[in-house]
Structures are given as C-alpha cells and as structure tokens.
Write a protein that binds this ligand. Structure first.
Ligand code: NDP
Length: 331
C-alpha cells in the first residue's frame, strides 16, 4: 500500500512511519504547512516528497491511503479532501472538533466506498484484548464498575498546542479522555449514557484543561470513573474492572507499548493473566490494510471514532456546566 501523510507529526515519526515500513508499505509524501521544518522532517525520515497542502499532494501523486495526524482542527477538512480523491483514510483521534464534522467524515467515506478508520491503538493491545475476552467469558461475573487511571506526565516535546491552544483541539479531554472512552466501549461492549465531570488546570494547561475526572453511567448499570491528566509524573496507569465474581487489575496498560501486567482476583485466589506482546500500531495498520482488501473491519471504525468523541465532548460539557450531560452521538 502507498501512503500519504497529512501532518509532519511526532506520532507519525515515532510510531506510524516505522509501522508502515515494517509491514512493507511505501510513503509517497508528507503534506505539511510547516515549510522548512517539514522539508527537514522529510529528509530525516526518508520521505521522498513534501507538499504545502494535502490537496496539492493528492493532485501531484495519488496514493492508496492517507494517514492524518495533524492537529485536531485540521482532521475534518483533510479527511474530506482525501476521501474525495478516492483515498482510504486512517485518521487520528479525536476524529474532529465536533460531532457534526466527524459524522460528515464517516458519511463521506461511506458514500465514496473507501475505508475509514480511527487510530485508537489501545484496543489493539494484547492486554486490552485479554481483558475484553475475560469480561465476555464471565470471568468476573456481572461488571459493577470500571476505574480508568490515565493521569500521566506530558513530555516536554509534546507541550505545545496540547496545553495552550483550544483552537487546535488542545486539552487533556480530546487527547486522552477520548482514548479512555474507546477503551471502556471496547471492554464492555456498551456506550455511556451520561456523564458528570470536574476539570482543572493543575500546572500545565493555559486556556485548556490539563486534568479531568469523570463518572459515566452505562446501560448495564455499571459505573465508570475515569481520571486523565498531563501533570502526574509518578501516578502510572491502570485499568480495574470489578464484577460480582471477581476483579481484574491491569497496571501500566494505558500506553503505546505492549507492556504492563494483569491479575485476576476471584474467590479461588489471585492469578496472573498472560497476554500477547505484539506491537499495537502494527496490529492497527494490519487490520486497516485487511479492511481495505475486503477482509473485516478496521480495529476502530469511523463509528467508533464518533462514539469516543461524543463521550469526550460530553465530559467537557459536564465539566464546564457542572451538570449531568447525556452522551449523544447523533449517529
Ligand atoms: P505534533 O505536535 O507532533 O504535530 C502536529 C502538527 O503540528 C504537525 O502535523 C505540524 O503541522 C505541527 N508541528 C509539529 N511540530 C511543529 C513545530 N516544531 N513547529 C511548528 N509546527 C509543528 O502532534 P502529535 O504527533 O503529538 O499528534 C498529532 C495527532 O495525532 C493528534 O491528533 C493527536 O491527538 C494524535 N495522536 C495519537 C496518538 C495515538 O496513539 N493514537 C498518539 C499521539 C498523538 P502540519 O500538519 O502542518 O505538518
């Protein structure tokens, strides 16, 4: 498969370019508005061509698929441009700034007959798949609650638009809550009904929240609490699922790497849970390529991206209003 990149980004350089190449794919160009910086980026990463806009890139050299990893406010227009050029799209989360935009992207892809996926990598992790399988098999009985501990420290090289630019889609809610929403949906197979939340600026955020805690109601009655932050240096990440027959404790699994540990605790005692340590991004792109070839669905579809965005937007509205907010996808 031949890819074009929309955005000369960190995630593309650190994870996605190596993934595309590891799977035998080619990179045709990068479309970036950052001029000399983008040319240096292309040279450093052996990308053959640089274009100032996605439209000029697509016109100069058609590609099979476009990977969108620009700042969040650009995803919508870039996805529509790629789709109208007949390219399949793998888009970073959050899909867009608004639900209407995200719905428009997914509808345009469906109308054009191209594959559209959301790059929610966590559901590709062996750890998350093991948790999901245990929950589905009834290992912990009826799920009573889920606790998502995803308060991390944003490394200095990423402390740009994420912490000070609401217009670019900054803030911890569009950055991390959106992943946690996808994770809970993936693990439980149901969508939050409503949420309450409090956010805060605990040291990094300027004009956007850098921390948030929220509580979600699920249709099954399970309660979810989620904590996301950019300012917690030593908290570590964890997922806990508590049920009528047992509890699952997963530590260090809210990450880009195939690491962490899981323990199942029941009346029989404590037992470690083994899981695959395959590369999360390889798995996501492998499933995307299979979907393009007509085999199955991407790991996270466009609809999944709409749903995770809907939860994140509801959490933000709840934090700002202080009210309980219904999660509406409109999809
Ligand atoms: P970066 O900040 O590294 O890059 C985003 C854009 O900012 C680039 O595309 C570029 O614009 C511009 N830019 C980057 N560096 C500079 C600079 N030094 N000077 C001027 N402009 C610069 O973003 P990330 O890689 O951290 O995130 C990109 C997207 O990927 C976001 O949507 C994010 O939510 C998502 N993401 C997803 C992850 C996942 O695991 N699924 C992990 C990390 C991020 P231009 O578009 O013009 O090239």
């Amino acid at each position: 498969m031949r890819w074009g990149l929309a955005g000369a980004s960190t995630i593309a350089a650190q994870h996605m370019l190596p993934t595309f190449r590891a799977l035998g794919d080619d990179i045709a160009w990068v479309a970036s508005g950052t001029g000399a910086r983008a040319r240096a980026y292309a040279a450093e990463h052996a990308i053959p061509a640089v274009h100032d806009t996605l439209e000029t890139a697509l016109a100069a050299e058609p590609v099979d698929a476009v990977y969108i990893s620009s700042t969040n406010e650009k995803h919508h227009a870039q996805a529509l441009a790629a789709i109208s050029a007949g390219a399949h799209v793998l888009c970073e989360k959050p899909l867009a700034m608004t639900l209407t935009e995200a719905q428009g992207m997914v509808q345009a892809a469906a109308a054009a007959g191209v594959t559209f996926a959301t790059n929610h990598h966590l559901r590709c992790a062996g750890s998350h798949r093991a948790l999901r399988a245990l929950v589905a098999d009834g290992a912990i009985g009826r799920v009573l609650s889920v606790r998502v501990h995803h308060a991390v420290f944003l490394p200095p090289h990423l402390q740009g638009w994420r912490i000070n630019d609401a217009g670019a889609g900054g803030g911890v809610i569009p950055d991390i809550t959106v992943h946690d929403a996808d994770t809970v949906r993936f693990l439980l197979g149901e969508d939050p009904v409503d949420v309450v939340a409090r956010d805060g600026a605990s040291g990094l955020g300027a004009g956007v929240e850098d921390s948030v805690m929220s509580v979600w109601t699920m249709p099954s009655g399970a309660m979810v609490m989620a904590h996301e932050s950019f300012t917690h240096r030593f908290a570590g990440t964890a997922l806990e699922l508590h049920g009528t027959e047992g509890s699952l404790f997963a530590r260090g699994v809210m990450t880009q790497r195939p690491v962490g540990e899981i323990e199942l605790v029941t009346a029989s005692g404590r037992a470690p849970v083994p899981f695959s340590d395959h590369n999360l991004y390889h798995e996501g792109v492998r499933m995307f390529r299979a979907a393009v070839a007509g085999n199955g669905q991407p790991a996270a579809t466009g609809q999944d991206g709409i749903h995770s965005l809907a939860v994140a937007l509801a959490v933000r509205e709840a934090a700002r209003s202080g009210a309980r907010v219904t999660v509406r996808t409109g999809a």
